[in-house]
Design a protein around this ligand. Structure first.
Ligand SMILES: Cc1ncc(COP(=O)(O)O)c(C=O)c1O
Length: 410
């Protein structure tokens, strides 16, 4: 028997995560399926921003670095985030952007594997990941080389010259999920390290970095973690690597004694050495409040709801739209918290959906992408989105000039 809206209403009524929706501002009349690009605003983040601006900045000014613990923010937030990605508290720092953190950790990985030159990745990885690798290789000349091979060939391509494998755990376009444990083990068996980009995993899946014996990782704060536009990113360095890894962006916040103001750089002995300059405290405040929600949530429940929502979405959309081609893996264990479909008119289809209040996004050349955020979405949202997609595609309501005008951000 096929699924009905009443079935989904019953699932919402039984959902152990349903209580979190009210902790967010979710705009009325909008079905928001783009939390994999920018998460919704947590109500507590708005209060925290207000408090941090008015009291900490407005009244207590410079004393806040000590009085309100601003100086500890990168590690304090790192400790919270560690709990939801399977790391120890002292293995994660919140700082900089994902791009910058990747630069630091790839250079750091090369420093941990002297004599090896190859950085291995896959074509079609998120552009910034590839661009950062290209930039670093350009800087290092003969001392590093970038090699990209298809995802299924990565393990076989790891050889004696491979210093580090750089992969995005969940692919931004297709939602395909790599087997973190298996790839990490295969790389380590050949003496290489792996850096996982968790941008599309953290906050959506029950990531278990230490369970996989991961070496290094980076990720975004503004997607499933709901830290706000341009939120600080994070990085993970397994404790066993912290005393040796070199941070090429040797700024004063990574110094063993930043307030000694000495001329010579001496790295902090721990994760602090991965910091560079002064953190953006207002942005940290918003992310801090957003992370508190995850500390309350059970990540196994989050991942289970994500899988269920995506499975339902695939079933309901495919039943309505034979014109769309599923690009994401059908099996939830091989997928992150998003579903992508291909259609030659993907761009106008997405614009027509947005005009109807169903917000996803478009990734060139032909992919419409829908992200599922278990903390604030309802199962009935899955139904409503599928109905809207069925109507827009089935009636070709997207076939209008206004929906074909391409905006700067897609
Ligand atoms: C896999 C991945 N890495 C990195 C980024 C972005 O990095 P940054 O925050 O430095 O722009 C994104 C953004 O969508 C992403 O999908």
């Amino acid at each position: 028997m096929s699924t009905t809206r009443a079935d989904l209403e019953a699932m919402d009524a039984a959902d152990p995560l349903a209580r979190f929706r009210d902790r967010f501002f979710v705009p009325e009349g909008i079905t928001y399926l783009d939390g994999n690009s920018l998460g919704c605003l947590p109500k507590a983040a708005l209060d925290r921003l207000d408090e941090t601006a008015r009291v900490e900045w407005g009244r207590d000014l410079i004393t806040s670095w000590n009085v309100h613990g601003w100086i500890e923010a990168p590690l304090k937030l790192g400790g919270k985030l560690a709990q939801i990605i399977g790391a120890e508290e002292d293995e994660v720092a919140v700082c900089d952007s994902t791009s910058v953190n990747l630069f630091k950790l790839v250079a750091g990985a090369l420093s941990l594997r002297p004599g090896r030159r190859t950085i291995l990745s896959e074509p079609g990885n998120f552009p910034t990941d590839l661009y950062i690798l290209q930039g670093l290789v350009g800087l290092l000349g003969d001392r590093a080389a970038l090699r990209t091979v298809a995802a299924e060939d990565v393990v076989a391509a790891i050889d004696d010259d491979t210093a580090v494998v750089v992969l995005t755990h969940v692919h931004y376009k297709t939602g395909r999920r790599h087997d973190m444990a298996a790839i990490t083990r295969a790389a380590q068996d050949r003496g290489a390290l792996v850096i996982w980009d968790l941008s599309h995993s953290a906050g959506a899946l029950a990531v278990d970095l230490n369970g996989c014996n991961a070496d290094l990782a980076v990720g975004c704060g503004y997607k499933y973690l709901n830290g706000g536009p341009g939120a600080p990113a994070f990085l993970f360095v397994a404790r066993r690597h912290q005393a040796q890894i070199v941070n090429p962006l040797s700024g004063w916040m990574g110094h063993a004694a930043p307030f000694a103001f000495v001329d010579g750089y001496e790295p902090a002995p721990d994760i602090r050495r991965e910091l560079c300059g002064t953190p953006s405290i207002l942005a940290m405040a918003a992310l801090d409040a957003a992370l508190d929600l995850f500390v309350e949530a059970d990540m196994d429940q989050v991942e289970a709801k994500s899988a269920r929502m995506c499975d339902l979405f695939i079933e309901l959309v495919e039943a309505r739209c034979p014109e769309l081609t599923l690009v994401s893996p059908r099996r939830s264990t091989e997928r992150g918290s998003q579903v992508s479909f291909a259609h030659p008119d993907g761009y106008p289809i997405m614009q027509a959906l947005i005009a109807r209040g169903v917000i996803g996004d478009f990734r060139a050349p032909d992919i419409i992408r829908f992200g599922f955020t278990p903390l604030y979405l309802r199962y009935t949202d899955v139904w409503d989105a599928a109905e809207a997609i069925g109507e827009v595609v089935g009636t070709r309501a997207y076939d209008r000039a206004e929906f074909r005008k391409v905006a700067a951000v897609t």
